[in-house]
Design a protein around this ligand. Structure first.
Ligand SMILES: O=c1[nH]cnc2c1ncn2[C@@H]1O[C@H](CO)[C@@H](O)[C@H]1O
Ligand SMILES: [Zn+2]
Length: 355
């Protein structure tokens, strides 16, 4: 079979279950928001700002990667900025046929100008709802506790997640610097969320070893794992994750940048897939990593030999792993499966010519 092109992959229906709002802005929007708000940026044009908000190849670690968020967060402290950035993220994702997206962020990081946590959640829901009206995309929100801030703030974010249950917030996460900040310190937050029958996922096994994944699953009750690349170091835990069908939210390019893996060709997603694990393909941060869901699939095709049929299977695993009510998910999955069955690669133009 001939090689897939980016355009082929863009035409496929897809999910993005792991995408941070504050890492997925348009650079031009950051410039405009800074101008409106009188915020000083480290660059005043797309070219001069780019090195401060895209990590590129020089990134050395997760902690280094996270520096870009200081810039993005400086312009994300108003209601309107959150509406706009959430709206634009969903519009951009819909443009590459992402049909279902779960957007994550930590409301606690948007309080510098005094917005209340409730307003911060409402603003993002408003922006996403606007995009849903205009585009063929459905969205949900995941709120993040931050490992390197405090467990007490995670508890407040857990309570906020509970307050917005069935109102657009579909899950709770733990993000931030992983090494030296164990998930077990945030157990209380997860027990509050779980006690309210809400889904949770944790970043784990990205910048720390399998113990981190073990804590996420067994102490915090993770229903999915963000990244999980270092699961490869513990076969016993890997079998458990496989047996319990715990989805991994893989973000291949981000993992190369944070040095969780050396190169794309070394990414364990190939092994995980071959062993039957439920793996999903995600962007992590569309701007900071400078990627799209389609480009992530293209990397898997080109560097790890994923065929079209395998990509279709990854796509189905993405929809299966959504934090959606089962009946809704089943209906969405039925539509996607029939669309995938009739999909053939090749541009629409060349198909018209063949007729
Ligand atoms: O790959 C990642 N690993 C861990 N934390 C991350 C990653 N990407 C972003 N954030 C963190 O999550 C916060 C809320 O969206 C961001 O502000 C950033 O600190
Ligand atoms: Zn992430």
């Amino acid at each position: 079979m001939r090689n897939l092109t980016l355009q082929d992959i863009q035409r496929l229906p897809k999910t993005d279950l792991h995408v941070h709002l504050d890492g997925s802005l348009r650079i031009q929007t950051i410039l405009e928001l800074a101008e409106e708000q009188g915020v000083k940026l480290p660059g005043d044009s797309i070219d001069t700002l780019r090195p401060h908000v895209e990590v590129g190849d020089e990134c050395t670690s997760l902690v280094d990667y996270l520096k870009a968020f200081d810039v993005t967060l400086s312009v994300m402290q108003t209601y309107d900025a959150l509406v706009r950035t959430a709206y634009e993220l969903a519009v951009d994702a819909a443009a590459e046929n992402v049909r279902y997206m779960e957007v994550r962020y930590s409301p606690i990081l948007h309080q510098a100008k005094g917005m209340t946590l409730h307003h911060i959640v409402q603003a993002v829901l408003e922006g996403l709802a606007q995009a849903e009206k205009e585009c063929a995309i459905r969205t949900g929100v995941i709120l993040c506790g931050i490992r390197h801030i405090s467990p007490e703030l995670s508890n407040r974010l857990a309570d906020l997640t509970v307050a917005f249950k069935n109102k657009g917030v579909v899950g709770f996460d733990l993000a931030g610097a992983e090494e030296d900040f164990p998930a077990k310190k945030h157990r209380e937050a997860f027990s509050r969320v779980l006690a309210n029958n809400i889904n949770c996922t944790l970043h784990a096994g990205e910048a720390y070893g399998p113990e981190s994944i073990h804590q996420a699953i067994h102490l915090c009750g993770a229903h999915r794992i963000g990244h999980g690349v270092r699961l490869i170091e513990n076969g016993d835990l890997l079998n458990y994750v496989n047996d319990h069908r715990i989805p991994l939210e893989c973000c291949p390019s981000s993992n190369v940048q944070t040095r969780a893996v050396q190169t794309m060709a070394d990414h364990p997603i190939r092994l995980f897939y071959d062993l039957g694990l439920r793996v999903t393909v995600n962007t992590d941060n569309r701007m900071v990593t400078r990627t799209t869901v389609s480009e992530e699939y293209l990397h898997l095709h080109q560097s790890l030999g994923f065929t079209l049929d395998e990509i279709k299977e990854l796509i189905i695993m993405g929809f299966k792993s959504a934090f959606l009510p089962y009946a809704v998910k089943r209906a969405m999955l039925a539509d996607v499966v029939s669309e995938l069955k009739s999909f053939t690669p090749g541009s629409l133009e060349s198909k018209k010519e063949q007729l």
